[in-house]
Design a protein around this ligand. Structure first.
Ligand code: ADE
Ligand code: ZN
Length: 334
C-alpha cells in the first residue's frame, strides 16, 4: 500500500507554502538573516507543535514565517516543498501563499512572489512538477486590506491562478469578502475559500452563495447539513480535505473517526492534501497513508481521491484528461 500511494500520480490542491517551513530550514534562515527565534533547537520547535485549535496553530505559524526575508528564502522554501512533493508522487501542485503575512512586516510583494515563481520554474524543469499559485487573503484582517493586496498583485496577475481565503475562520464569515472576491473574479481569477473547518455549515453556504467559489478548502462541517451535502454533491464541488491537519487542529478527535470515506460515499468530490505539512506531521502521501490505515480505505478509494485531485484542479481540461489517462495507465500496471 505504501508504494502504491507514493507512486499513484496525484495533485496537491491545499498546501500553504508557509506551512511547509520545516524547523531545520527555519533555523537555517534565522541564522542566514540574523533573526532571533524563541526556540533553542529543532526539537524545541517540534515540541511547540501541540495545538488544541486553529488559532493555537496560526499564532506559531505566523511567528515562524518571520524568518522569510529574501527572494532566495521563498525560493528555498518552495524548492524544499517540491522535493518532498515529488517523492510523494505529486505531479501538479496548487500552492497557497499569504502575501499579507509578509507585506505587513515590510517584505515586498515582489520578493515573495518572485522567489516562489523561481522555484516553480525550477520544479517544472528539474522535477517535472507543474504548479499554480493561489493568493490567499487573511480573513482576520479587513476587506480593505484584502483589496490592497489584490492591488499589489496587479503586475503579477497573469501568474496567479486563483484567490483563496484562510486564517481564523470563526467570526470572519465569507460574506466579509464578497466584494473582493467579485473583483478577483472580474480579473479572471478562480476562487477558493476555507470553509467549514471550524466554522459552521452556514459558512460553506456563504462561500458558495456570496463568494461563488470554484472549490471549498476543508468543508468538514458541511456534513452536519444534509441539504448542503446534497447541494455540494449535485454541483460536483471539490473539497480539499486535510486529514492530518484535521487531527492536529482537533477538527476530528481521532483519525479512526475521520469522515473522508463518508464524504466519498455521499457523492462528494473529496481530495487529500497536507495543508501545513511541516506543522502537522506529514506530506501528502503520509496523509493518504494515515487516513487509509485509520479508515481501512481500499485501492479504489485511493484512486478516486487521486482522480478527484485532477478533476478539482484549476488545470485546463486537456491537462486534466492527460493526468487521468496516466492514472488509468498506473492502475493497469499496478
Ligand atoms: N492557514 C494555514 N493553514 C490554515 C488552515 N488549516 N486553516 C486556516 N488558515 C490556515
Ligand atoms: Zn489550509
Amino acid at each position: 500500500m505504501k508504494d502504491f500511494i507514493a507512486s499513484l500520480p496525484k495533485a496537491e490542491l491545499h498546501l500553504h507554502i508557509e506551512g511547509s517551513l520545516e524547523p531545520e530550514l527555519m533555523f537555517a534562515l534565522a541564522e542566514r538573516n540574523g533573526i532571533a527565534i524563541p526556540y533553542a533547537s529543532v526539537e524545541d520547535v517540534r515540541a511547540a507543535y501541540a495545538f488544541s485549535n486553529l488559532q493555537d496553530f496560526l499564532d506559531i505559524y505566523y511567528a515562524g514565517a518571520g524568518v522569510l526575508q529574501t527572494e532566495a528564502d521563498f525560493r528555498d522554501l518552495a524548492m524544499a516543498y517540491f522535493e518532498r512533493a515529488a517523492a510523494d508522487g505529486v505531479v501538479h501542485a496548487e500552492i497557497m501563499f499569504d502575501p499579507q503575512t509578509h507585506t505587513d512586516r515590510g517584505i515586498a510583494f515582489g520578493t515573495v512572489i518572485e522567489g516562489l515563481l523561481a522555484a516553480m520554474a525550477e520544479a517544472e524543469a528539474r522535477l517535472g512538477i507543474t504548479s499554480l499559485l493561489i493568493m490567499s487573503f487573511l480573513r482576520h484582517l479587513s476587506e480593505e486590506a484584502a483589496f490592497e493586496t489584490l492591488a499589489m498583485a496587479e503586475p503579477w496577475l497573469d501568474r496567479i491562478a486563483a484567490v483563496g481565503l484562510d486564517s481564523s475562520e470563526l467570526g470572519h464569515p465569507p460574506a466579509k469578502f464578497a466584494r473582493v472576491f467579485a473583483a478577483a473574479r472580474a480579473k479572471g481569477l478562480r476562487l477558493t475559500a476555507h470553509a467549514g473547518e471550524e466554522g459552521p455549515p452556514d459558512y460553506v453556504h456563504e462561500a458558495l452563495d456570496m463568494l461563488g467559489v470554484d472549490r471549498i478548502d476543508h468543508g468538514n462541517r458541511a456534513l452536519e447539513d444534509e441539504g448542503l451535502v446534497a447541494r455540494l454533491a449535485a454541483e460536483g464541488m471539490t473539497l480539499t480535505v486535510c486529514p492530518l491537519s484535521n487531527l492536529k487542529l482537533c477538527v476530528v478527535d481521532d483519525l479512526a473517526r475521520h469522515p473522508l470515506d463518508r464524504m466519498l460515499a455521499a457523492g462528494l468530490k473529496a481530495t487529500v492534501n497536507s495543508d501545513d505539512p511541516a506543522y502537522f506531521g506529514g506530506y501528502v502521501a503520509e496523509n493518504y497513508r494515515a487516513v487509509a490505515k485509520a479508515r481501512g480505505l481500499s485501492r479504489e478509494h485511493l484512486v478516486t481521491l487521486a482522480r478527484n485531485s485532477f478533476t478539482g484542479s484549476f488545470l485546463p481540461e486537456g491537462d486534466v484528461a492527460r493526468h487521468l489517462a496516466a492514472i488509468d495507465a498506473f492502475e493497469a500496471r499496478a
